[in-house]
Write a protein that binds this ligand. Structure first.
Ligand SMILES: C[S@@+](CC[C@H](N)C(=O)[O-])C[C@H]1O[C@@H](n2cnc3c(N)ncnc32)[C@H](O)[C@@H]1O
Length: 199
């Protein structure tokens, strides 16, 4: 399993935003939509061995399970619509985790909840500009990465993440969705070292 935990520091907690303005009215939900696309979308298919946790303002957790995911398309707007449905479902059922559409679950939750779900089975790394170069280590198959949106990690998040190794993807600060693509590429090349093309 490959897991990505993405922190959305200003992302909308309620569904009352317009899909025409994901960056503004939805608090940079466009970034999280692009992360979802990068995490799951192949040229012709969905990566089924992927899990994504979107942590919204350290209050809500949206979990996307590749194995069950349906209706995900590569465009930002339709992904925004799926996340909006999840927020609506949470408004209607705030006390328990609910599956709003196949493979998309929403509940109350913060970074520690996301970490608790993955850290028993997966090795957790923090993607950070100041980390150790990713090429220097052999990544395990069961692996999770924590990354931030357009904001820096906040001090409380840095404190929660201090015991996990930081990995750098290069000398420039990159967009979060591009980081996910690079990580997939790194893992794919290791996993399929002897294959030339997977269709
Ligand atoms: C757009 S960056 C965050 C903002 C950035 N720290 C700044 O100073 O404006 C989004 C996230 O992607 C990850 N990231 C970006 N560049 C990276 C790099 N070169 N190596 C590892 N992770 C990176 C980090 O998790 C970062 O928080």
């Amino acid at each position: 399993m490959r897991t990505f935990i993405v922190l959305g520091h200003r992302a909308a907690l309620t569904p009352d935003f317009t899909l025409n303005d994901l960056p503004g009215s939805a608090g940079r939900l466009d970034i999280l939509c692009r992360c979802v696309t990068s995490a799951f979308c192949l040229s012709h298919g969905i990566r089924r061995d992927v899990m994504v946790y979107l942590i919204l303002q350290n209050q809500l957790m949206i979990r996307l399970e590749g194995a069950r995911l349906k209706h995900l398309n590569p465009d930002e707007r339709s992904t925004g619509a799926l996340l909006q449905k999840a927020l609506l479902a949470h408004q209607e059922h705030p006390e328990s985790e609910i599956e709003s559409t196949p493979g998309i679950f929403i509940s109350k939750g913060a970074l520690p909840d996301g970490l608790a779900r993955v850290k028993e089975k997966e090795t957790v790394y923090v993607l950070h500009e100041e980390g150790r170069p990713i090429g220097e280590i052999a990544l395990p198959q069961e692996v999770a990465f924590v990354l931030s949106d357009h904001c820096n990690f906040q001090p409380d998040e840095e404190a929660l993440l201090k015991d996990y190794s930081r990995l750098s993807l290069g000398p420039r600060s990159l967009h979060a969705d591009h980081c996910i693509t690079i990580v997939h590429n790194q893992l794919d090349r290791a996993q399929f070292a002897n294959r030339t093309l997977l269709v």
